[in-house]
Ligand binder design. Structure first.
Ligand code: LLP
Length: 427
């Protein structure tokens, strides 16, 4: 459920009419709903109620400072994957002891940053990383709290680019090597083992792969405890999918996911950490865009929008589906027309949807991409020298720009001329 509904024939974000934001900000823009972010965060809180737990929002899904603070104010921890995300979490006011640091390629510099600012744990992904972290921590006179990410070799049955739990993927250590690596970790004076970590992929629409992975994790927990390791925390990663296509069967709910966790891991007395990103932010955001032209091709009509693959890359990159709706609600019974919905970027990959049935649209009409709050703005680029899309946050009947569109002057100033090309500017 989200808070983007038609009222009096106009799409609203909570109590704000989308055209009102478009008039103030210009298109394209991303708009997020505080009520939806809050609701989705709370669904996870409720799903884990009664078990010691921390919901660590995966910031990679949407790392705007205002989004982070909204969630942090509700009690969320953060899952970060870079020094940049760590700094953003701290800048948004998240205490270090609520931040977990994931990622296959943490640098010594990022480790130092997190150890200096405070960190709940590093989710270590390899033996070389363990050795570097040990050295960094010792050089600072500290012990670094770690979980080790194990790769359980389960098929997440999701898009190959976002599946992470098979043995051929680059993530974690093979679960079969876990005992040896934990023994190695326990012998390192700069390392404090606190738990185990797993994350099998993203946009999972079936609970069976989670269940299989968590059952393996339960066995491993018992084994490692028997080996003498203090396994206090189990970080289960993120990955629960969202309904991108309203017409399709809905994926399982956080409550169903919570039941799997309880069933597989509930009796271990460990603190459960989860790292959901998409389910919290995805359906809390729209990308709003204007129709620039309706172009009749030889055998089809194109809706050419002012947003493009650089603004929302998921369709081009993963063949992802996003529902696209008219901001002005079509009258009931309006005959639908098939359009290829495209952006202005100069490649055919810049196609959002082919032969999508829509009520007829004309130049100047506003449309909204649904489910664009996760992996939308964060994956945007300035390809074709198109300015980064601004972001807007709505709460009840207010809205605020939470990242402004850069001016072309700002964009020009980001590049600089080497001295041998400057003559003309000086003349
Ligand atoms: N934890 C770890 C270690 C992860 O790698 C990820 C996502 C998450 C948590 C959050 O997963 P979520 O709950 O959002 O599914 N750009 C792609 C998605 C990449 C996901 C990468 N890792 C997309 O647009 O579909």
């Amino acid at each position: 459920m989200d808070h983007f509904l038609y009222r009096d024939g106009v799409l609203h974000a909570e109590d704000v009419a989308i055209p009102e934001i478009a008039a103030a900000v210009g298109t394209p823009f991303y708009v997020y709903s505080t009520a939806t972010l809050t609701r989705h965060y709370r669904l996870f809180e409720e799903a884990l109620a009664g078990m010691p737990h921390l919901v660590c929002y995966a910031m990679k899904a949407n790392s705007n400072l205002a989004v982070i603070r909204t969630l942090a104010d509700l009690g969320a921890g953060m899952d970060v994957v870079s020094g940049g995300e760590y700094r953003k979490a701290r800048a948004a006011g998240v205490p270090g002891d609520r931040i977990v640091f994931s990622g296959v390629g943490k640098t010594a510099e990022e480790m130092r940053l997190a150890l200096t600012g405070g960190i709940r744990q590093f989710n270590v992904e390899s033996e070389p990383e363990l050795l570097v972290l040990n050295a960094v921590a010792l050089s600072m006179g500290l012990r670094a709290p770690v979980t080790i990410r194990v790769n359980p070799d389960v098929d997440a049955r999701t898009h190959e680019k976002i599946a992470t739990g098979k043995k051929e993927n680059k993530f974690g250590i093979p679960i079969g090597r876990a005992r040896a690596v934990y023994a190695e970790a326990a012998a390192l004076p700069g390392i404090e083992v606190v738990g185990i970590d797993v994350h099998i992929g993203s946009q999972l629409t079936d609970l069976a792969p989670f269940e299989a992975a968590y059952a393996k994790l339960a066995d491993l927990t018992r084994q490692l405890r028997a080996d003498g390791h203090a396994i206090r925390r189990l970080d289960l990663g993120g990955g629960l999918g969202i309904p991108y296509e309203r017409s399709n069967a809905d994926p399982p709910l956080p409550a169903d996911y919570g039941a799997v966790i309880r069933r597989t891991l509930g009796d271990l007395g460990a603190e459960i950490e989860i790292e959901p990103g998409r389910l919290i932010a995805g359906n809390a955001g729209l990308l709003v865009s204007s129709v620039i032209y309706v172009k009749s091709g030889e055998d089809r009509d194109f809706l050419i929008l002012d947003s493009a693959m650089n603004d929302l890359i998921r369709p081009a990159m993963y063949g992802a589906h996003h529902d696209i709706v008219a901001v002005a609600e079509p009258a009931p019974g309006t005959a639908l027309h098939p359009y290829d919905i495209v952006g202005p970027v100069c490649e055919t990959g810049d196609t959002f949807a082919r032969q999508r049935a829509m009520a007829p649209l004309v130049a100047g009409d506003l449309v909204a991409f649904r489910s664009a709050g996760a992996y939308g703005a964060v994956m945007a680029s300035e390809y074709n020298s198109r300015p980064l899309v601004p972001e807007v946050l709505v709460r009840d009947d207010h809205f605020a720009v939470i990242r402004a569109r850069p001016s072309f002057d700002e964009m020009l100033k980001r590049d600089s001329m080497p001295e041998w090309l400057q003559a003309r500017d000086d003349a």
